[in-house]
Design a protein around this ligand. Structure first.
Ligand code: NAD
Length: 476
């Protein structure tokens, strides 16, 4: 079994704590690695390294910093197969999707490297004669990045790439469920001549090591991708030092299928958005609303399509999804379905833990007859389970879709351009997909409304999260 070290101040080092986190392959149940269960000493050592290195790093040109991002992309590409294999093992992600994540991550480093010569300040018209107002964009400083387990490699890059490009230094904490690919990346990064301290990886519990990272006076910004509960704790912990937070949290995305939709396209779009990675994706379709005139036809096709979904070994190319991340997640999904049934909903297919020899599988599940105000329609399931509700008219369905504490993604299926444009105007979500599955591009802006988050990631606006402004008033 492999053991890993923390990556602090440019070196792979033993943790101050003598405790370990066991990383389980959720499909086989095997313990595949031990990573340090780091403590406050590790957190503080990483922050001090990040703090000491940041001013010199910010003084490099953006193009110099971009050079390191390009080298990271090259390292990932040269090790793409092995990284995908490890990722598939540590979280039971099907190998095809794991490979997409690894390759997308390399592209992501390269994409942000390209921003070095693009982001800029502004010259603003002054109210005074013979005065220039110059707006500079400067790095925020020391960033703490906290990652979830569902896209651990990509979300790592989503924080590291814009932070380093803008001249910030960063301490990144992977999830205790899925730290292995991140530490494999740390070993690759250790071979670069990256200035020591600008990039640090420390593992440990969110409530202890994570909390210390967030509360420290050395931390200038915290970027978390995770649950609403973790986001709330981080807002509280960041209050003392008024530390900037950027939060990408949970979702409960509605998929709306209008009467004029291409039904087969809608069935495929909703299915793909529900079962990808066993339903454990923040932007997954979590509830569907289908016009009553096509409801029965849609349900017929959709239930059959869900029944045909093959789940199993993540390394079998025919597998669509594999195990849930752990037993707790499998139990949570099952308890939500049980409560939905007791509240009067009907399970049209699935509705139970799958009977497999290994892993924590949940059957692809379609639920009808759930009430709009019920838990299964309002709370994130994070599994291959979807309630489908009928609607009568446009105003009703927009109100139902918007009636939710989350506001991350949404989708509409229609062949009417007017309905497309109206829906985009009326839906209160950070992303709206039209006639396609839910999955964002790196040049967009992934940002949740309401409890789905504050700020966002990707593209120009994601880069701006890591920059603060300074305006100079210059008389001449
Ligand atoms: P989680 O909130 O349990 O953990 C996320 C990370 O936060 C972990 O590294 C954890 O150790 C850390 N953490 C928890 N409490 C903390 C605290 N008080 N202080 C500091 N760190 C703390 O989430 P998860 O189970 O890993 O991920 C699933 C959740 O993430 C889902 O709700 C999903 O929707 C969301 N998610 C959102 C996006 C997005 O882009 N909006 C992307 C992926 C996942």
């Amino acid at each position: 079994m492999k053991t890993y070290q923390q990556f602090i101040n440019g070196k792979l080092v033993d943790s101050h704590s003598k405790e370990w986190i066991e990383v389980e392959n959720p499909f086989t149940g095997e313990i595949i690695a031990l990573v340090p269960k780091g403590d406050d000493n590790d957190a503080n050592a990483a922050l001090e390294a990040a703090s000491k290195s940041q001013t010199a790093w910010a003084a490099c040109t953006p193009s110099e910093r971009a050079g390191y991002l390009r080298q990271m992309a090259v390292l990932i590409r040269s090790n793409r197969k092995e990284l995908a294999r490890i990722l598939a093992q540590e979280q039971a992600k099907i190998i095809g999707l794991a490979q997409v994540e690894i390759d997308f991550t390399a592209d992501y480093f390269e994409y942000y490297a390209g921003w070095a010569r693009i982001y800029e300040g502004e010259i603003i018209n002054s109210d005074r004669v013979n005065e220039n107002m110059l707006l500079f964009r400067k790095p925020i400083g020391v960033v703490v990045g906290i990652c979830p387990w569902n896209f651990p490699f990509f979300v790592m890059a989503r924080k590291v790439a814009p932070a380093l490009l803008t001249g910030c230094s960063i301490v990144l904490k992977p999830s205790s469920n899925t730290p292995v690919t991140t530490f494999e990346f740390a070993k690759l990064v250790a071979s670069l001549d990256l200035p020591k301290g600008v990039l640090n990886f420390v593992s440990g519990s969110g409530k202890t090591l994570g909390n210390t990272l967030v509360r420290s006076k050395l931390t200038d910004m915290v970027t978390l991708t995770g649950s609403v509960e973790a986001g709330q704790e981080i807002i509280t912990a960041s209050a003392e030092n008024i530390t900037k937070v950027s939060l990408e949290l949970g979702g409960k995305a509605p998929a709306i299928v209008f009467a004029d939709a291409d039904i087969d396209l809608a069935v495929k779009g909703v299915l793909d958005s529900r079962v990808i990675f066993s339903g454990q994706v923040c932007n997954c379709a979590e509830r569907a609303y289908v016009h009553k005139s096509i409801f029965d036809k849609f349900i017929d096709k959709f239930v059959k399509a869900m029944q045909d979904v093959k789940y199993g070994d993540p390394f079998d190319p025919a597998t669509v999804y594999s195990s849930q991340i752990d037993k707790a997640q499998q139990n949570k999904i099952d308890e939500m379905v049980v409560r939905a049934k007791s509240a009067g909903a009907q399970v049209l297919t699935g509705g139970r833990k799958a009977d497999t020899k290994t892993g924590y599988f949940y059957e692809p599940t379609v639920i009808a007859g759930a009430r709009q105000d019920s838990e299964i329609v309002q709370k994130e399931v994070f599994g291959p389970v979807i309630p489908v509700l009928p609607f009568s008219d446009y105003d009703e369905v927009i109100a139902l879709a918007n009636d939710c504490e989350y506001g991350l993604t949404s989708s509409v299926f229609t062949t009417n351009i007017n309905t497309v444009m109206r829906s985009i105007k009326d839906l209160k979500f950070g992303e709206t997909y039209v006639n396609r599955e839910h999955f964002e591009g790196m040049q967009g802006f992934h940002a949740g409304w309401r409890k789905s988050g504050i700020g966002g990631a990707d593209g120009k606006h994601g880069l701006m999260e890591y920059l603060q402004t300074q305006v100079a008033y210059i008389q001449f």
